[in-house]
Ligand binder design. Sequence first.
Ligand code: NAD
Ligand code: LMR
Length: 441
Amino acid sequence: MKKQKILIAGGGSTYTPGIVAMLADNIDRFPIEEIKLYDDLAERQEPIGAACEILLREKNSDIKFSYTTDPEEAFTNIDFCMAHIRVGLYAMREKDEKIPLKYGVVGQETCGPGGIAYGMRSIPGVLEILDYMEKYSPNAWMLNYSNPAAIVAEATRRLRPNSKIINICDMPIAIENIFADILGLESRKELTVRYYGLNHFGWWTSVTDKSGHDLLPQLQRFVAKDGYAFETEDFQHKHPSWKATFKKAKDIYALDPTTLPNTYLKYYLYPDYEVANSNPDFTRANEVMETREKEVFEIAHKIIDNGTAEGTSFHAGAHATFIIDLACAIAFNTKERMLLIVPNNGAIDNFDSEAMVEIPCLVGNDGPEPLSIGSIPTFQKGLMEQQVAVEKLVVEAYIEESYQKLWQAITLSKTVPSASVAKTILDDLIEANKTFWPQLK
Ligand code: NAD
Ligand code: LMR
């Protein structure tokens, strides 16, 4: 098996150490020659890079390791770029969440006006790293977690249609881990699922074991009573706000008891409840800054101060395993079945063939081969058509630098009550994002 050369872009991300640790622990199935980190902010990346260097030296000193802010050094001679950048950092996520909430509208990282604002920042950031990759390693693949994945995926479909980028999300995987827990199984990998939708906007229609036994009814009985509120130790989703989200799945499920829903649908289906249960002065961004971000950097500094990673551990969960599975599938043609964000191209036959949808694909050397879904029901189709129009309008607004289209996008979001509220929020978002967004005409 050829040893792979990996670049992690967004080297200073809270998820980087988990992925590095997981890569080092998986060399039997995914052999590695080199890991590099790249970030455009040296001071953010420095502690993560220095801690990962120590960790890797102790776990596997054969793997070459470095970190840099120089794009040429970073992107030259790589097989994969695993990307998870956050343009504007948590300071801007906080504004994405708090500005809409000020006007009684859902304030969320990827959904509604906050997600749209983040999308307008992420598009140029992701295009920049994609262009670096194509310049310095034209045969490499980018496996991209950078959010908001739906808008980023639509932007890369429109603006870099031939690029080797696969946009991914770990939320379905995290929920499938809960399925496995509810069913008393060792791993979600014992399940075969059918799922369709947009990113952060989808439904499971089938869950079976490997012999084809239908497990959906058992899961539905649980969800009808408790949502996805099965106690897990999952690091990313252990905080109070996530516990409430998992409970709320019960009410999302009630709208279509023939399927199982993605948790993010709550922002579109119960926006009034969400706003009523949000604290406009302390949002998810604050929660993450006080917990995950703080903890990751504390561990990094501890490793550096001690000169050893002994006695410490970075969390590496669904997020890290999923991206390594995907890299494995491409590098070694495993044909693993995975949920990915891909152009519809007729997979959902009664839906826009140019929409980016999240559906099961078989993954091999040539990338994803989407599976056919067939026709979807009117409820889901109606919701998805509205939401995909929002995502397309954001990308058009970015390309055309159009105030009008961004106003239309925010107005069309199911989270927003009226065009006037949309305009007020947009004007605040423009002010907050002026160093990031193109100047809108
Ligand atoms: P973070 O702020 O801790 O890290 C992001 C890093 O990206 C920072 O170090 C920042 O300096 C860097 N960065 C920003 N712009 C850059 C650019 N243009 N070039 C290079 N580096 C750049 O964020 P985080 O909480 O670790 O999340 C990282 C990303 O992963 C976010 O986009 C987040 O939404 C996403 N995420 C995705 C999923 C998913 O399943 N799709 C799940 C969790 C997180
Ligand atoms: C995170 O933990 O930052 C992400 O999983 C997204 C979110 O809203 O919490």
